[in-house]
Write a protein that binds this ligand. Structure first.
Ligand code: SAM
Length: 330
């Protein structure tokens, strides 16, 4: 689980990320995240290291960064760049749902800021062998960590129709969820479905032409969210972030799809003390505490200029909240 701990003392600029990914809303993220330049920050989604590099460029030598990623490639890539910065950097190959345990394992009690830049990095989407893209032929994999057991191939070929349909509905918000599940089950009677393009053809075959691209992206999203348990990860990761933030510390989340954004809004509302009881209950029983203050009522979006330079940024939504008291569930 824990990969690398490294204390770097010789700053140099010679090495850079070899993984492709353009970090999104870097200026906005740094502006909100960094409240103390000698503080401790966690990048829960290291990816190609763009945000992590920006954090380290801003921090004083006494500052500290903990970088987490589920993908071993991301950790190995950033490991190669560590000489660039004088600050202490700890790299952990793990899941951010385990943030609390990870911080405890490093004897860290409180942090100044936590960043979640959700979704996938370009180097993951664009690699056919990872199986994330319906545009590139590759095995049906979709695991962020190759140690995970369940692959997309297993889900597509072994889940019953009902379970498949439910996950396409719940994690893809695809309106043709029933028909897609039925088509998959029918197609696999002729032999296993093994590749991304094979699956894309089956889905495209039953969706009205103008809706094909949207449906493909929703169905592939549904599989990925399920396989990597992305929404449960996010809930657990955010809970831990809130618990480990110092009063005054901030959590910044960048979402790329509505299901993630909904989880963030709900959790921020709960930690802001907004009662979660059903409306018809005469008295509050949920016992919410006000431990966070949401700093932006409306999600921050990339500028038109950023989207022009990086079209993958177009769906990004940034939300930020600040810890206002030492409460939480810890
Ligand atoms: C959008 S990318 C982050 C890009 C990064 N901010 C950068 O500047 O390059 C999302 C990253 O989160 C990682 N990830 C997704 N779910 C995770 C989880 N539950 N725990 C840890 N890392 C996760 C992915 O492997 C991917 O590298």
């Amino acid at each position: 689980m824990v990969m690398t701990t490294s204390l770097c003392t010789s700053p140099s600029m010679e090495s850079h990320s070899i993984l492709a990914h353009m970090p999104v809303m870097v200026k906005e993220t740094m502006g909100y995240l960094l409240t103390d330049l000698s503080g401790i920050y966690v990048d829960c989604t290291l990816g190609a290291g763009g945000h992590a590099a920006a954090i380290l460029q801003s921090l004083n030598p006494e500052g500290e960064l903990i970088g987490i990623d589920r993908d071993q490639l991301a950790i190995a890539n950033f490991q190669r760049q560590l000489k660039r910065w004088p600050s202490r950097v700890i790299l952990l190959h793990s899941r951010y749902a385990l943030l609390g345990e990870l911080l405890q394992s490093q004897d860290i009690g409180q942090v100044d800021g936590v960043l979640f830049d959700l979704g996938l990095a370009s180097f993951q989407i664009d690699e056919p062998e990872r199986g994330f893209s319906y545009l590139r032929d590759g095995p049906l994999d979709m695991r962020l960590d190759s140690n995970q057991k369940i692959t997309a191939e297993f889900v597509i070929n072994d889940y019953d129709e009902r379970t498949l349909a439910a996950l396409i509905r719940d994690y893809g918000e695809e309106r043709h969820w029933r028909r897609v599940a039925r088509a998959i089950v029918r197609a696999r009677k002729d032999g296993p479905i093994e590749s991304t393009l094979q699956l894309a053809d089956i889905i495209a075959g039953i969706i009205p032409k103008p809706q094909v691209i949207k449906s493909l992206s929703r169905c592939f999203q549904a599989l990925r969210v399920h396989i990597n348990q992305e929404l449960d990860e996010l809930r657990a990761g955010l809970d831990a972030a809130v618990n480990y933030l110092k009063p005054g510390g901030r959590v910044v989340v960048i979402c790329y799809q509505s299901l993630e954004d909904k989880v963030v809004k709900e959790l921020f509302a709960r930690y802001s003390g907004i009662c979660q009881c059903p409306k018809d209950l005469p008295q509050c029983t949920c016992g919410v505490q006000k431990v966070l203050r949401v700093l932006n009522r409306r999600a921050i979006q990339p500028t038109a200029k950023e989207i022009e330079a990086n079209p993958r940024a177009r769906s990004a939504r940034l939300r930020v909240a600040q810890k206002i008291s030492s409460g939480g569930t810890r």
